[in-house]
Design a protein around this ligand. Structure first.
Ligand SMILES: Nc1nc2c(ncn2[C@@H]2O[C@H](COP(=O)(O)OP(=O)(O)O)[C@@H](O)[C@H]2O)c(=O)[nH]1
Ligand SMILES: [Mg+2]
Length: 314
């Protein structure tokens, strides 16, 4: 049954649920109806779905916000945050409209926010009590790799960086800004929250894979976009690690190849020219990577120092 109050105070905070929606006519009706049991307002962002999703969502009680051109998952989330600000929401909860997330988990995600213990809550498959029902093994592996790369750059130690089931406090709704168009937004948001010192926590949830249309993206395209974003971001933050370490590896390989050759030189010098040159260019490539890593790392340190000294920001 729909909640009858419209929250406006501490006892009845205004809960807005946001659903990015793209051709989800099979599931959207059930999802909107169930979500309305836990939220005051449901907003669906439709990116030119060619099916009846928008009509069904409206008939079930959701507000439908339409984009004229497809602006991707990231564009849908930007509109949802804007709408939450306009509505002056006390909390925003984002979930998929394909039925993968369980609306009855919404109170668990909202609990840390309403208790003012967190600003950003992730419904996680990988903390104790959470699960990915019928989750393909390659997806599980992909998410672990992406989360590891993301945690290397942000030190956040988030277990499920790819869950689309997320809740935000009023502070997070006001402060978070992101640019990404696609699923890489999942990481950009986390980094932005970390930089703005918003507190992030994970609560266990179940995410289902036995729904009619679990994903608009193949695991490979999702993995590739998000992982490349994670690596670019990591190279901005830790250039010495991303460039210097492989550089050191290449330099060591070149040196070992060269030494091996030098030890085995007998008579016929001609036959050593090819492998000798390879050893040299591998070594030089390694050295230049290390040098680039070092320069970028110190430039980063220098800029940071300048910003702190001149503007008092960190
Ligand atoms: N508005 C909008 N929603 C999208 C777009 N792409 C995906 N979605 C919705 O975003 C949610 C997550 O997408 P989905 O394909 O299920 O991603 P996955 O489950 O993480 O692989 C679903 O509810 C989709 O309907 C898009 O381009 N625009
Ligand atoms: Mg999905």
């Amino acid at each position: 049954m729909a909640r009858l109050f419209m929250g406006r105070d501490a006892e009845h905070p205004l809960i807005v649920a946001g659903l990015p929606m793209f051709n989800e006519e099979e599931t959207i009706g059930t999802v909107v109806t169930k979500v309305l049991e836990y939220a005051d307002i449901v907003v669906c962002v439709d990116d030119g779905s060619s099916d009846s999703s928008a009509r069904i969502a409206e008939a079930c009680g959701a507000i439908v916000h339409r984009h004229r051109a497809n602006r991707g998952y990231g564009g849908a989330l930007k509109s949802l945050f804007k709408k939450a600000r306009e509505l002056d929401a006390d909390a925003l909860i984002i979930l998929d409209s394909d039925g993968q997330h369980e609306p009855s988990d919404i109170p668990a995600l909202l609990e840390p926010i309403l208790a003012q213990k967190a600003d950003f809550v992730i419904g996680s498959r990988f903390v104790e009590g959470g699960a990915g029902e019928d989750m393909p093994v390659y997806r599980r592996l992909g998410i672990k790799v992406i989360s590891a790369a993301s945690n290397l750059s942000s030190d956040l130690d988030i277990k499920d960086t790819q869950s689309g089931f997320r809740a935000f406090s009023k502070l997070a709704i006001d402060r978070l800004r992101f640019d990404a168009e696609g699923m890489e937004l999942s990481l950009e948001m986390l980094e932005d929250a970390h930089e703005k010192q918003l507190s992030i926590t994970e609560v266990p949830t179940m995410i289902r894979y036995d729904v009619p249309k679990g994903s608009n993206f193949t695991a490979v395209s999702h993995g590739f976009t998000v992982l490349s974003w994670a690596l670019v971001s990591l190279s901005h933050k830790k250039p010495l690690l991303v460039l210097g370490l492989p550089g050191l590896g290449l330099f060591a390989t070149g040196a070992v190849m060269g030494l091996n050759l030098a030890q085995n030189v007998t008579g016929q010098i001609d036959s050593y020219i090819g492998p000798g040159l390879s050893a040299i260019w591998i070594g030089v490539l390694g050295l230049s990577l290390m040098a680039t890593g070092l320069v970028l790392q110190s430039a980063r340190g220098f800029l940071r120092h300048l910003i702190v000294r001149e503007f008092g920001l960190d």
